[in-house]
Design a protein around this ligand. Structure first.
Ligand code: ADP
Length: 638
């Protein structure tokens, strides 16, 4: 599955005809659903065998559930269903529990609710059932307005391979395992699951689950923000009552003063008839998709017919963002949210739209780390398909990969060259990953090969594997199928937490070419992506590089001249052309060119002056790197 899904994703990223892309999408989605079934069967047998253990770690429930609900947004929207998530303000910000398993249960119930509902809404609601000193019993409800379940089937659906109406299997698909797994997981979480339903009137699936209380856990509203937002009047416009209530509650949690309207007419009326003793509205949050008059037309009316001139946040629900984004621009709305809306998304939007930059700084601390520098990676992996997948991903991120087909080969490679990271499969012929790691750690302890982090890469997904790998001396662990974000994060962690490799550290063999390669400056172009752009045609590649080398010096000279002469138009054009050529090489310098273009256009010469010198410098480096590359192409052994 790893190879099929991964290679399909990689292939989808290459130039394809529309029909090929369509076929490939089918391969991908079928593989995903097959994977779903395999995972269900594995999970179920693990639970039945008493081999599944739950983990406990702190989770931010609102984020966690909000993200889970978001994954189902497209499915819900394609059926025109309203999908929302409400976490009661009494539920603490973080709790300790098995977030992944909780997500699995929530997605199963929400997925079913969407599957069996043709119109109306699906809501996930969380409240506190009971709280003890160090534990908390939470009550989750997944409510839908769908077909419902007859009384006589309600108990049976929690059994394995059971569906309420076996005859609908073809229409709705499924294995009948979802609820069996979910109800058992919930039981392991110290709770239980049941359903209330009436045919034709929808269903509510309930479950209770126990969580640990986190020491530092604060109540939901971020207190430091309330001072800034206190009493601010907000108009909320949405035709869906559940959504209105959820938004109003979130706003109240932060001390804002929300007023709700169910349609455009009511909104206009509320803006016009505002009580003179009250402050005017300072912000409007408007649903784009409302019947009769939609959100965009409402904004136009507000601007044309009322005094309200405050910022607007638009709530979009369409997966076809292009069209809605274009409409946003047309009516002058710059900030928008995609439904279902997480509390943190709403806060970010409010902060942006009101330009509360102090608050924004606080929010920025949580940004993910930057992508790591270019790394020399040793990949120990016996499966050809997995090798290709890993190489495809890693080289796309600008890393150099050396392949070893088993543990023995990996050890041999280590004596030939220095590596920043080793990615180690566990099950390999000749010498497996665990034994190879043990040998490598010994060699490193004796100073025979330099220290470097080892990341396990394994299809084992049982609890305890992680511990086994760490015990064997590995630093980290990614499970297969390899998911690009996980792998990328593991690489970042590995190099961050490891002492930088000393370039001069002796290896058992005299360091030859690789050492100098390691100290070479970072490549300012991405050859792999560039080759893709030129359809892997070496002749075309050479032509393009030659063209670039012939043209660029002149463009640079003109950019520098026009900057000195403060000629905004010419400087903008030159920066724009350079940006285009840099994009062909997928060069990191593209972003500087973009900055230069924007600054030149605005006549912001100060920014131009601060960016240009370093840019010129790097452009020269890029030129010389490309010349080297051409030489290598002409003389591949050199
Ligand atoms: P699957 O969905 O794979 O068939 P589940 O165990 O998740 O398996 O669900 C078992 C059965 O319960 C479904 O086939 C369906 O008949 C019924 N069911 C579950 N959720 C709902 C719902 N929200 N509305 C109506 N029927 C439902």
């Amino acid at each position: 599955m790893n190879a099929i899904i991964g290679m399909s994703e990689l292939l989808l990223d290459t130039p394809l005809s529309a029909q090929q892309a369509d076929y490939l999408q089918t391969v991908l989605s079928s593989s995903m659903s097959l994977m779903g079934i395999i995972n269900d069967v594995l999970d179920f047998s693990k639970i039945e065998a008493g081999r599944l253990e739950l983990e406990a770690y702190p989770i931010d429930l609102r984020e966690w559930l909000g993200d889970s609900v978001k994954t189902l947004a497209i499915r819900a929207h394609s059926k025109s269903l309203e999908l929302a998530c409400h976490v009661d303000p009494a539920v603490p910000k973080s709790v300790r529990g098995d977030g992944m398993r909780l997500r699995q249960v929530a997605i199963n119930l929400l997925g079913n609710a969407i599957k069996f509902t043709d119109e109306g809404e699906v809501l996930l609601d969380v409240t506190v059932e009971e709280s003890y000193e160090d534990r908390l019993l939470l009550h989750f409800r997944v409510r839908d307005t769908g077909v419902g379940i007859p009384k006589e089937h309600q108990a049976r659906i929690f059994d394995a391979f059971e569906q309420a109406d076996m005859s609908t299997t073809r229409k709705f698909g499924g294995t009948g395992l979802g609820l069996a797994i979910s109800s058992r997981l919930v039981k392991m979480m110290g709770g239980r699951m049941w359903v209330e339903s009436e045919p034709g009137h929808g269903s509510t699936f309930h479950f209770l689950a126990e969580f640990g209380v986190c020491e530092t856990s604060e109540k939901a509203p971020a207190r430091r923000m309330t001072a800034v937002l206190d009493g601010l009047r907000v108009l909320i416009v949405d035709d869906n009552e559940t959504n209105r209530d959820i938004l109003a509650e979130m706003c109240k949690n932060w001390g804002l003063n929300p007023v709700s309207a169910a349609d455009a007419a009511e909104a206009l009326q509320k803006i016009r008839n505002l009580d003179p003793c009250k402050d005017p509205f300072e912000l409007a949050i408007i649903d784009a998709g409302m019947p009769d008059i939609d959100g965009f037309s409402l904004v136009e009316s507000i601007h044309g017919e009322t005094d309200f001139a405050g910022p607007v946040i638009m709530m979009l629900s369409s997966p076809d963002r292009q069209e809605e984004l274009a409409r946003c621009q047309e009516v002058g709305v710059r900030t928008y949210l995609i439904k279902p809306i997480k509390q943190s998304d709403l806060m970010d939007a409010i902060v942006t739209v009101l330009d509360l930059s102090i608050v924004r700084e606080v929010a920025q601390v949580a940004q993910p780390p930057e992508q790591t520098r270019s790394l020399n990676i040793l990949l120990a992996e016996d499966s050809l398909a997995n090798q290709k997948l890993a190489i495809g991903l890693l080289s796309r991120w600008g890393h150099q990969v050396t392949v070893a087909n088993n543990g023995r080969e990996a050890i041999n490679r280590l004596s030939e060259k220095n590596f920043d990271v080793i990615l180690m499969d566990i099950q390999m012929p000749e010498l497996d990953g665990i034994s190879a790691t043990a040998e490598i750690r010994e060699l490193q302890a004796d100073g025979k090969v330099p220290l470097c982090p080892i990341i396990a890469m394994t299809a084992h997904a049982m609890k305890g594997d992680r511990e086994r790998c760490i015990e064997a001396g590995m630093d980290d662990y990614v499970s297969k199928p390899i998911r690009p974000p996980e792998l990328s994060k593991a690489l970042t962690r590995a190099v961050e937490h490891y002492p930088q490799r000393d370039e001069n550290e002796p290896t058992s063999e005299p360091p030859a070419a690789p050492a100098s390669a390691a100290t070479a400056p970072q490549e300012l172009f991405n050859w792999t992506n560039f080759l893709e752009t030129v359809l892997n045609d070496p002749r075309l590649a050479k032509d393009v590089v030659n063209g670039y080398l012939a043209e660029t010096p002149q463009l640079m000279t003109q950019l520098e001249q026009s900057t000195r002469q403060r000629n905004s138009e010419l400087a903008t054009r030159m920066a724009h052309t350079l940006k285009g050529s840099l994009r062909t090489f997928d060069s990191p310098l593209e972003s500087s060119a973009k900055t230069l273009e924007a600054a030149a256009k605005d006549g912001d010469w100060e920014t131009v002056a601060s960016v240009l010198p370093e840019f010129s410098n790097q452009m020269e480096q890029l030129e010389s790197q490309l010349r080297d590359k051409l030489q290598q192409l002409a003389n591949p052994r050199g």
